[in-house]
Design a protein around this ligand. Structure first.
Ligand SMILES: Nc1ncnc2c1ncn2[C@@H]1O[C@H](COP(=O)(O)OP(=O)(O)OP(=O)(O)O)[C@@H](O)[C@H]1O
Length: 260
């Protein structure tokens, strides 16, 4: 069962959208075991935009997958919007994801035989929720695709496809949107459009966004950056600039090389 956390004082800190407590995940067994996450504890406020960065293999995608309920940690607790996600069965987890979580992937993950509008409403259909066509048109217009509702994905550019994916993530009004390298396959200008849309989801619509990226420019659109190294948190940077992020990343590399 998903347990709802008891309310604490009204005047307490900003409500949390996401909390991870000592989350660990190991792949493989014995000699071939790889600890991808090693006791990660993290708390993100509602309405925040956080980038997750770190060297290749540091556990970023695993963190996102576990936090989003796409994978299960071996131990630890994941709470989304005050409800614990790590307890229930598969059906319950799916329901939980559909109601509270949106996803944006590097390769868009659109269904090729469905139109832009049909791809966008897919999460509503899967959750058997009502489709408000006016609202769908509004969301697609907001991402700059108001005149592409009937197009198929292969009639769109990469940037346009990613904007459909963002519309699809927004349509269920999720608490948290997880984005795994959302600009990894895009040119600079399309990447900027996508990052601005994610920023707008946070600033205008109060969503919480967690984005894995390798790119210091992309990370600079976030409110803060958390760094991972060897499956552990390795620092945080608020109001990140491109230079500050790049410098911190370079030092993470040094630490890894020195085996720190
Ligand atoms: N399904 C899996 N089976 C076995 N090992 C895995 C699996 N997924 C991840 N790993 C291992 O766990 C570690 C962390 O991987 P993860 O993909 O989370 O890192 P990452 O920081 O996202 O890397 P990258 O930046 O290269 O995408 C790596 O050593 C990886 O090889």
């Amino acid at each position: 069962m998903f347990r709802r956390a008891r309310r604490t004082h009204e005047s307490g800190p900003a409500p949390e959208a996401l909390r991870l407590v000592k989350v660990s995940k190991t792949f493989g067994a014995e000699e071939s075991a790889v600890t991808a996450l090693d006791g990660v504890t993290l708390s993100l406020a509602r309405g925040s935009f956080t980038a997750v960065m770190g060297p290749s293999g540091s556990g970023k995608s695993t963190l996102l997958q576990c936090a989003a309920g796409l994978d299960r940690p071996d131990s630890g607790i994941v709470m989304v919007d005050g409800a614990e996600m790590t307890g229930g069965g598969e059906a319950e987890l799916t329901k939980f994801r559909r109601s509270r979580i949106g996803f944006v992937f590097q390769q868009y993950n659109l269904l090729p035989t469905l139109t832009v509008a049909q791809n966008t409403v897919l999460p509503l259909r899967l959750a058997r929720r009502r489709v408000d066509r006016g609202r769908v048109r509004e969301i697609l217009t907001a991402v700059g695709l108001g005149d592409r509702l009937g197009h198929l994905p292969d009639q769109l550019s990469g940037g346009q496809r990613q904007r459909v994916a963002i519309a699809r993530a927004l349509v269920t009004e999720p608490r948290v949107i997880f984005a795994d390298e959302p600009t990894g396959a895009l040119d600079t200008r399309s990447a900027r459009d996508v990052l601005r849309l994610l920023q707008e989801a946070v600033r205008v619509h109060g969503r919480t966004v967690v984005m894995v990226t390798h790119d210091p420019v992309a990370a600079s659109y976030a409110d803060s950056v958390v760094f991972l190294a060897d499956g552990r948190l390795a620092g945080e940077l608020h109001a990140p600039t491109v230079d500050a992020v790049a410098e911190r990343l370079a030092h993470l590399g040094d630490d890894a090389l020195m085996g720190v």
